[in-house]
Ligand binder design. Structure first.
Ligand code: SF4
Length: 418
């Protein structure tokens, strides 16, 4: 069993700090995740990956990602979790060799053939068993150990009790989901999207058909539905923000945040919240109090209700959203900071959503606590005063009396007037 903590100068500290692993669907999101505190980022490669192609990385992108991550001491994991058909085998060895040469830390794999050739080729990179294989027990982990893999990403369906048992005896590193969307089916074992929209959930194209509205029939007769609202299945998202400390004490090696298709605002908010939580707990675990602030911060990026997923037990009706889509807008991300001039007190910003003079903005940052400002003035790039910022990505200037930093972000604060 691994040593988790140690008493140093009379104070217990966590010495086995878990990795915080974030998703990224573009280089911009990847860099943001690392700047906001991710220890590692997972991306999909253009080849041999499961998720949708639009958000996948070319080898050149992966090379840039590795170079950027190296500058921060962070790591890049690449999904190679395609479920291989016979005609998918060509080029796999060359691709793995290229990833290894680039300096990728790990590949995430679902097919045993890729696990075996990665070992035969004696690559430097680690091999991680994808969550797609729904690993939920120790015997399965022992089996993967014999195949020579380095880490198992547990299924999202792993309860805390199962995790405890696994962490007490596991021979391999363990990665555990802490935040993100849940499937109404066992993750990765659903054909609903394939059937309804011909988009293959096992090849990254899930159209989230479970969340659509359906009429229910019994022997050809349409059933009366409560309030005439059609039937729908939607799971609340998982957020273990209040239980991270319990998982740290078990010695979990990596905490995974899900959501490669999520926005820049979502990634920055979720990563920075878990970063602060993990750091605060590890520094002084015996005096740590789970503060409501962490939960409130996470909620600013949530676009569905949150739950504990399978952490305590199998989810009940309370964790599902039957007959409801429950997709409320996220707090509006309006500003990305490009720089700050201390002499003029002007923040150089990029517009990310409509805002105007008189509105209130909350600036959040990987460097300092959140700050709230009223927007008194807006200047365009010719330093002409404007009332409204309504051009996407336009570079503007706003006066702020406190210093902000490149990569800080601003979200609109809803007030009674807005
Ligand atoms: S349709 Fe729903 S349950 Fe099926 S894979 Fe997609 S999100 Fe999961």
């Amino acid at each position: 069993m691994k040593t988790i903590s140690k008493v140093i100068d009379g104070k217990r500290v966590i010495i086995k700090k878990p990795e915080l692993l974030a998703p990224a669907g573009s280089l911009e999101k990847l860099k943001t995740a690392i700047i906001y505190g991710a220890d590692a980022v997972f991306v999909g490669g253009k080849e041999f990956s499961l998720r949708s192609q639009a958000s996948n990385f070319t080898l050149e992108d992966i090379s840039e990602a590795v170079e950027f991550a190296n500058g921060y001491g962070a790591h890049i994991h690449v999904t190679c979790n395609i479920i291989l058909h016979n005609d998918n085998l060509e080029g796999i060895r060359e691709y793995l060799k290229a990833l290894d040469d680039i300096g990728v830390t790990a590949i995430i794999v679902a097919d045993p053939y890729i696990m075996s050739i990665a070992r035969d080729m004696k690559l430097k990179l680690e091999v991680h068993v994808s969550t797609q294989l729904s690993t939920l027990n120790l015997e399965a982990i022992q089996f993967y150990k014999k195949l020579g893999v380095d880490r198992v990403v547990l299924g999202r369906e792993t309860t805390y009790e199962d995790l405890k048992e696994i962490m007490a005896h596991t021979p391999l590193d363990i990665e555990y989901f802490i935040h993100g969307a849940m499937c109404i089916h066992y993750s990765g074992r659903c054909m609903l999207s394939n059937y309804m929209s011909r988009r293959d959930a096992n090849r990254g194209g899930c159209s989230q058909s479970c969340r659509w509205f359906y009429d229910l029939y019994d022997n050809g007769m349409k059933l009366n539905q409560e309030d005439d609202v059609p039937f729908s299945m939607s799971s609340k998202d998982m957020a273990l923000v209040n239980h991270i400390h319990e998982c740290i004490e078990l010695g979990v090696d990596s905490f995974k945040i899900e959501g490669r298709m999520k926005s820049l605002h979502y990634i920055a908010t979720v990563v920075s919240t878990y970063r602060k939580l993990i750091d605060e707990y590890c520094e002084d675990p015996d005096h740590f109090v789970v503060e409501k602030d962490f939960e409130k911060e996470i909620e600013k990026a949530a676009n569905r209700s949150l739950s504990h997923g399978f952490f305590f037990e199998n989810p009940t009706k309370q964790e599902q959203l039957f007959q409801l889509r429950d997709e409320h807008p996220t707090q509006e991300f309006i500003i990305r900071v490009l720089g700050y001039n201390e002499e003029t007190g002007l923040a150089h910003i990029e517009q990310r959503n409509h805002f105007k003079v008189g509105e209130t903005v909350e600036i959040f940052s990987p460097h300092q606590k959140n700050m709230i400002f009223k927007i008194e003035k807006i200047y365009n790039k010719d330093m002409e005063e404007v009332d409204v910022a309504n051009h996407p990505m336009e570079e503007l200037y706003i006066p702020l009396d406190k210093m902000v930093f490149e990569h800080d972000m601003g979200r609109k604060v809803k007030t009674n007037e807005s």
